[in-house]
Design a protein around this ligand. Structure first.
Ligand code: HXC
Length: 517
């Protein structure tokens, strides 16, 4: 008969066995590769290293291709829950030391259970990926498992925040789970994702490229825009996740965490009055304005390597979280192109889903002209911005800094798209198009037949600029609430946000809108 102490000893042995994952050698190999183990990553992620591991004794039941009786501790994925800065978060962390972290039916089942629990608890879900993909021996069972993961990613979408960390391989169809989540953090050097690797590409198209060039962190952040944050190493990735979570509510029925004191004392930065150059063609760095306007040290930029002509970031204003969408005149003169439209639209929709007020800073000469842009579908992509801002019901505040021309001005959340407050700096130029373009269309014949065409053109541009390139026409129509001194921007936004805290914007019931995809 087994005594109680026998049973306790057995539990200890089983726990020790699972803790070893794929064994000492493979754990050492993991470290040698510059990676933490699945448990070490969770230990760092959770407050005081404490997390509650669930399903640690789950085993696969496969009997195909030599799988029968094969011992795979925790079936290659550590799943659990715990507190991150005091708030409940569910996780899964793939264990590469156990059969390359490959995904079998039970491995996938564990991940889905975590997502299901996160959904019921209304708590964020974080997935740490480090896996060779579908467990080849388990065949279609593995595919079924992936299908269920995608299904649950979709169920959670817009209900609880989902963050993916790619800290190892994540190739083929496996990449679609991170792609279905809200944010992707990828570790430089070890994280990799692509649908088809370099060998397959070489065979299919003859192109030669290394795995890092194709699927490494920089490529996926700057080229494809799949990755939102690049981490130096595993520890940095975990810190990024912790910081990101500090801006997000637990779920779509809650507000983001408030980190303020309620003190509304305003600092006015006179430097803002001098930031816009006299020559409207000269660039400046929009980030300087954002850094001056929002609470010090709270700008948290998302997608910073992608479509740099559009800035999207979280920030705090008197401790309240806001989502900022801003043109960057220092890149492509701030024009909106396909990538910038996609980047902004995705961020706007995330903020709206999770009750984060939106603030836009406008300095946009228009949508980027070009055959490549037209054939690439700038009309469809640009429409995503119009759709996302129009559909957003959170407080929406816009500040027009300088250029605000045509459809691009509307796309940055003009009054017509439901902006609750629109302020303009005296340097704002709100018009259908820039003075030079307008004069070319309106006075082509007059300029051609003038005794001094260049001089006449200059005169007409100056006349047009005086009459139209200012905020007062728009203000006279009520499309701008206030023309403010730049140094008053912080207090304007702050008061507007407070007054919009009780905003209600009910729309007719529908299954979902049809955003142009
Ligand atoms: C079963 C796998 C595996 C997999 C790795 N392993 N991937 N076992 N199924 N998919 C095992 C290896 O056999 C090895 O076992 C151990 O994990 C470590 O792998 P190594 O190859 O030694 O590691 P490394 O050199 O670091 O290379 C990592 C790797 C490579 C680049 C990920 O393992 C690899 O190419 N794996 C196969 C990737 C793949 O083709 N996956 C299927 C994609 S299809 P031992 O016992 O020797 O230590 C797919 C479809 C999903 O994912 C569709 C969803 C919709």
């Amino acid at each position: 008969m087994q005594t109680v102490s026998d049973k306790l000893r057995l539990l200890k042995e089983k726990n020790a066995h699972v803790n070893l994952g794929g064994g000492v050698q493979r754990l050492e190999a993991q470290h040698k590769a510059g990676k933490m183990t699945a448990h070490e990553r969770l230990h760092l992620l959770y407050d005081n290293g404490f997390y509650d591991e669930l399903f640690r004794f789950v085993q696969h039941h496969s009997t195909s291709f030599g799988m029968a009786g094969r011992d795979l501790p925790a079936d290659g994925v550590v799943t659990g829950l715990g507190a991150i800065r005091g708030r409940l978060v569910y996780t899964s962390s793939q264990d590469f030391t156990v059969m390359g972290g490959s995904v079998g039916l039970k491995h996938a089942w564990k991940i889905c259970e975590m997502m299901s629990m996160a959904l019921k608890a209304g708590a964020p879900y974080v997935a740490i990926n480090d896996s060779g993909g579908a467990r080849i021996q388990e065949g279609v069972d593995s595919l079924q498992g992936y299908g269920r993961i995608f299904y649950f990613n979709t169920l959670l979408s817009g209900v609880v925040p989902q963050i993916s960390v790619i800290a190892g391989p994540c190739a083929g169809g496996a990449a679609y789970s991170p792609a279905l989540m809200d944010f992707i953090v990828m570790v430089k050097g070890t994280g990799q994702m692509f649908i088809a690797g370099p060998e397959v590409i070489k065979e299919a198209t003859g192109e030669t490229i290394t795995a890092e060039e194709l699927g490494g962190a920089y490529a996926q952040a700057a080229q494809s825009g799949n990755v939102h944050f690049i981490a130096r190493d595993d520890a940095d990735a975990i810190e990024i996740v912790q910081n990101l979570l500090s801006y997000l509510p637990n779920n779509n029925t809650e507000d983001p965490p408030f980190h303020g004191t309620g003190d509304l004392t305003m600092i006015e930065d006179e430097g803002l009055n001098k930031i816009v150059p006299d020559d409207p063609r000269d660039p400046y760095n929009m980030m300087d304005i954002l850094l001056s306007v929002f609470d010090p040290g709270t700008i948290f930029e998302v997608h910073s390597h992608y479509a740099k002509n559009m800035i999207v970031c979280f920030a705090r204003m008197n401790g309240r979280v806001v989502g900022v969408v801003a043109n960057q005149p220092a890149e492509k003169f701030g024009a909106i192109d396909i990538d910038a439209s996609d980047k902004a639209s995705r961020f706007i929709r995330f903020c709206n889903a999770f009750n984060i007020p939106l603030i836009s800073f406008v300095d946009v000469p228009g949508f980027l002209p070009g055959v490549e842009q037209e054939f690439g579908g700038i009309i469809r992509h640009g429409a995503k911005m119009l759709f996302s801002f129009s559909a957003a019901t959170v407080p929406k505040i816009s500040v027009v800094i300088r250029k605000a021309y045509g459809g691009a001005y509307l796309a940055m959340c003009a009054k017509a798209l439901g902006a609750d407050r629109v302020a303009a700096w005296p340097t704002a130029e709100i018009a259908v198009m820039g003075a030079e373009g307008a004069v070319n269309v309106l006075y082509r014949n007059e300029i051609k037949t003038a005794s001094d065409p260049r001089g006449r053109r200059r005169e007409l541009i100056d006349e047009y600029t005086l009459q139209f390139s200012n905020p007062y026409q728009a203000a006279a129509q009520g499309m701008v609430d206030a023309v403010i001194e730049p140094m008053k921007t912080r207090s304007y936004i702050s008061v507007a946000l407070e007054s919009l805290r009780t905003k209600r914007d009910h729309r007719p019931q529908k299954k979902h809108g049809l955003i142009p995809l």
